[in-house]
Design a protein around this ligand. Sequence first.
Ligand SMILES: C[S@@+](CC[C@H](N)C(=O)[O-])C[C@H]1O[C@@H](n2cnc3c(N)ncnc32)[C@H](O)[C@@H]1O
Length: 316
Amino acid sequence: MTHIPADPAPLMHLPVLPAEVLDALQPAPGKLIVDGTLGGAGHTRLLLERGAHVIGIDQDPFALERARALNLPGLRVLEGNFREMNTLLSSIGVTQVDGVLLDIGVSSFQLDDAQRGFSYHTEAPLDMRMSQSGESAADVVNTLSAEDIASILYEFGEERHSRRLARGIVAARDQEPILTTTRLAEVIKRSYPGGHARGIHPARRSFQALRIYVNDELGALREGLNAALSVLAPPSLEGHGGRLAVISFHSLEDRIVKRWMKTQPALTPLHKRPLEASDEEQASNPRARSAKLRVAEVRPPRDIASGSGWDDEETP
Ligand SMILES: C[S@@+](CC[C@H](N)C(=O)[O-])C[C@H]1O[C@@H](n2cnc3c(N)ncnc32)[C@H](O)[C@@H]1O
């Protein structure tokens, strides 16, 4: 491991929807909860404060280093991808838990640490890997065909100028490989019709797309949901089992969570619509603005004919 974040002081991560997550997972002494996205341990601290034991999983070795340094009593830390949660848990002899939390995406630690290459504002190596293994964003933009790059920008960034931007990227890399965040941002800006996107930085959607692709975020989410379900406690005599709480930040993720929860006969959703942050929270934590929390509980198999309990309105 070569990179240590320079200054830990600005690296604060405010957990989103804190009250809603506590209400969903009902931490208490004697309960065991998995935080599949430990990050800055913001949610984990809240769960621990209420007496639960927490197993914190993260694929980012730097996040784990920081979390271990906190020495939080009741927290056990595991390195890995939450898509393999069941295997990771069974490696420490745990087969069943009372709750699982997934707070998808990157943390402010990762975004604010320029060297990780997630931000188009600061010059850094074009990396974007949370786990520090596998293909980096630089590998992707310098080796894939224009067609494949366009598909990534379109599918994961909903970038409508994907083909044009991909052609711009390939033309630029033919001159010189694209190795830094700022060069990629500049290439995208130059290729963008009129040089700007309405209301947002022209590189924003493309950076999001590359990050999702590099970390296979949607694949991990799909597998992580199934892995979580496989470790949640079955219903007690009163009919209540383990709970799964998932926070997502854009419609691609929320759609996956919503559709998956809808099709699991073992799960009952707790709310008809996803929970969102209050105006107050949105004002104090910009990251909370796009957060959506969906919660479901393991219950005895539902009567399919009685309906799923979900609103049928599609997530945009
Ligand atoms: C949004 S942050 C979580 C913040 C945390 N809830 C808090 O309050 O501090 C997401 C974290 O999950 C990690 N992560 C994202 N996808 C993951 C995956 N598939 N497996 C394991 N960790 C993942 C990231 O490395 C990051 O540290």
